[in-house]
Design a binder for this molecule. Structure first.
Ligand SMILES: Cc1cc2nc3c(=O)[nH]c(=O)nc-3n(C[C@H](O)[C@H](O)[C@H](O)COP(=O)(O)OP(=O)(O)OC[C@H]3O[C@@H](n4cnc5c(N)ncnc54)[C@H](O)[C@@H]3O)c2cc1C
Length: 424
C-alpha cells in the first residue's frame, strides 16, 4: 500500500456537491484531488433543478454550458390534487423578473459529467474508478483516506481537508454514526424513464408536474428530459408503497406496484398513453435523514452526505450545489487563516441548516393529509409570493419565514434540529 501527502483538499465523490466544492477551492490555487468511484457516467435520479441554482452555476462558470445544452428549460412547477385537477402553474418569474427564474431539467449522467469536466478545466485532479473505503482520523481530526482502485489495489492519501460528498453513501456519517432518519418521513420511491407521451407547448413544455394519487397515499413526479424522455417516479410511505405490498412469499413486484399506483393517477396515466417505458423500475427508500454535525477538525460534509429531505420540491441538487459553495468558502478562508478547526469549517452550518429548515417545513405541509396549498392560499393570498420564493429556492437570499406562522395553523411542523459539535 502506497502513502502520499500531496494535496490540500481531497473531495470524496464526484456528484454535484463534490464537483462544486472542488472547483471553487481549486480556482483559488489549492491542490484538490477528487475521487469518484464510478468509472463511467452513471444513471442517477434527481433530475429537476430549481432557479436558485443559477447563482452557484454562475460562480462555477457553468451558465453558458447549460444555456447551450439540450436540457429542457423549466419555468414552473404545477401541482395536481387527488381529484385530478391541476393548479395554476407556479411560474418562478412571478416573484423574480431576472433570467435566473428559468432553470433546467437534466439528464444526470450528462449533467454530472459537465460539472466534472468543468472541475478538471478549473484545475481539479479528477480520478475515476477510485472508491474511498475509509476516512482516516486521529482523534476527531481527519488526516486522509484509504482508497480502493478498480484493480483492487489500495492507497493511503493524506490531505489537510477531507470533504465527504459521497451522497447517500454518507461515508463519514456512517463511520462516525452521525445520521438520523427523519422520524416522520419514512418514504420510498419507485421510478423509471418513459419515451414519448404528452407534453405541453411553449413555456409549459419543461414544467415539473407533481400529481397526487386518488387517496393521496402517494404522489408522482413527471420531469421532461432530453431525447423525448420523461422521468416518472412515485413516492409514498415505506409501509404503504413497499412493506405492505409483499406477496405471500415475501417477494416484491415493483413493476406491479408502480402500475397499480399509476392506475390511481388519471391525469398522468392519460399523459403516458402510447409512451414506452425504457427502464426497469428502480427503487430507493429511507432517503430522508440528516447528520448531527456538518464538520469536524479537518473534515466537512456537503450535499446528501450531510442530509436529504425529500424529492417533492426538487431541492436536493440545489442544496448539494449550495452546500458545496458554502463549504468551499469556509475552506478557502481556513487556508488563509491556517485554521482547520471544526469551528472554522463548520461556520457555514447554522445558515445552511436554517435554509434547509424552510424546505423541511414545506415538506411536512405537503405530507399533511388535511393540508392543501390551494386552501392555504385562498385564506392567505398574501403568501403566494412566499411560496414561490421557497419553490424557487430563495431561502438563503430572502427571509421566507413570514409564511410559517399562518401555515402552522393548518399543519403541525416538526421541531428544528440544531447542529451538534464534538464538544457535545
Ligand atoms: C427519489 C428521489 C428523487 C429525487 N429527485 C430530485 C429532483 O428532482 N431534483 C433534485 O434537485 N434532487 C432530487 N433528488 C435528490 C438528488 O438526487 C440529490 O440530492 C443529489 O444527487 C445530491 O448530490 P450529491 O453530489 O450530494 O450526491 P450524489 O449525486 O449522490 O453524488 C455522490 C457521488 O459520490 C460517489 N461515491 C459514493 N461513495 C463513494 C466512495 N466511497 N468513494 C468515491 N466516490 C463515492 C458516487 O458514485 C456519486 O457519484 C432526488 C432524490 C431521490 C431519493
Amino acid at each position: 500500500m502506497k502513502t502520499h501527502h500531496t494535496y490540500d483538499t481531497i473531495v470524496i465523490g464526484g456528484g454535484p456537491a463534490g464537483s462544486t466544492v472542488a472547483t471553487l477551492v481549486a480556482e483559488q490555487g489549492h491542490r484538490v484531488l477528487l475521487l469518484e468511484r464510478a468509472t463511467t457516467p452513471q444513471f442517477k435520479i434527481g433530475e429537476s433543478l430549481i432557479p436558485a441554482t443559477y447563482w452557484t452555476f454562475k460562480r462555477l462558470g457553468m451558465l453558458e454550458k447549460l444555456r447551450s445544452s439540450h436540457f429542457p428549460q423549466k419555468y414552473s412547477v404545477q401541482f395536481y390534487s387527488r381529484s385530478g385537477k391541476g393548479s395554476t402553474p407556479f411560474y418562478f418569474f412571478q416573484t423574480n423578473p431576472h433570467e435566473s427564474a428559468v432553470t433546467w431539467q437534466v439528464l444526470r449522467s450528462e449533467f454530472d459529467e459537465m460539472l466534472l469536466d468543468n472541475a478538471t478545466e478549473k484545475g481539479v485532479e479528477v480520478r475515476r474508478g477510485v472508491g474511498v473505503r475509509e476516512v482516516l482520523f486521529e482523534g476527531d481530526t481527519a488526516t486522509g483516506v484509504v482508497t480502493q482502485n478498480t484493480d483492487g489495489t489500495r492507497e493511503t492519501l493524506h490531505a489537510t481537508v477531507i470533504v465527504d460528498s459521497t451522497g447517500q453513501r454518507s461515508l463519514i456519517g456512517r463511520q462516525l454514526h452521525l445520521n438520523t432518519i427523519e422520524p416522520n418521513l419514512k418514504m420510498a420511491s419507485l421510478f423509471t424513464h418513459y419515451e414519448g407521451g404528452h407534453r405541453e407547448e411553449g413555456i409549459d413544455e419543461g414544467a415539473t408536474l407533481i400529481l397526487h394519487t386518488e387517496e393521496k397515499d402517494s404522489w408522482f413526479w413527471s420531469i421532461p428530459l432530453p431525447y423525448n424522455r420523461t422521468s416518472i417516479g412515485v413516492v409514498g410511505e415505506l409501509d404503504y408503497l413497499l412493506q405492505n405490498r409483499r406477496d405471500t412469499n415475501g417477494k416484491l413486484d415493483t413493476q406491479k406496484i408502480f402500475t397499480e399506483e399509476l392506475e390511481k393517477c388519471l391525469p398522468l396515466k392519460q399523459r403516458l398513453e402510447g409512451a414506452k417505458q425504457l427502464l426497469p423500475i428502480q427503487t430507493t427508500k429511507d432517503f430522508s435523514y440528516r447528520a448531527s454535525r456538518i464538520a469536524g477538525d479537518n473534515w466537512v460534509l456537503v450535499g446528501d452526505a450531510f442530509g436529504f429531505l425529500d424529492p417533492v420540491y426538487s431541492t436536493g441538487l440545489f442544496l448539494a450545489l449550495k452546500s458545496g459553495e458554502m463549504a468551499a468558502d469556509v475552506i478557502i478562508e481556513a487556508f488563509e487563516k491556517n485554521d482547520f478547526s471544526e469551528a472554522q469549517l463548520g461556520s457555514f452550518g447554522p445558515a445552511f441548516v436554517n435554509g434547509m429548515e424552510a424546505f423541511r417545513k414545506l415538506v411536512y405541509a405537503f405530507y399533511t393529509k388535511e393540508f392543501s396549498f390551494a386552501r392555504f392560499l385562498s385564506e392567505y393570498p398574501e403568501h403566494q409570493g412566499g411560496i414561490v420564493d421557497i419553490l424557487s429556492g430563495d431561502v438563503f437570499r430572502k427571509d421566507v419565514t413570514h409564511i410559517f406562522p399562518a401555515m402552522a395553523k393548518m399543519c403541525p411542523f416538526p421541531s428544528e434540529v440544531p447542529l451538534e459539535s464534538s464538544a457535545e
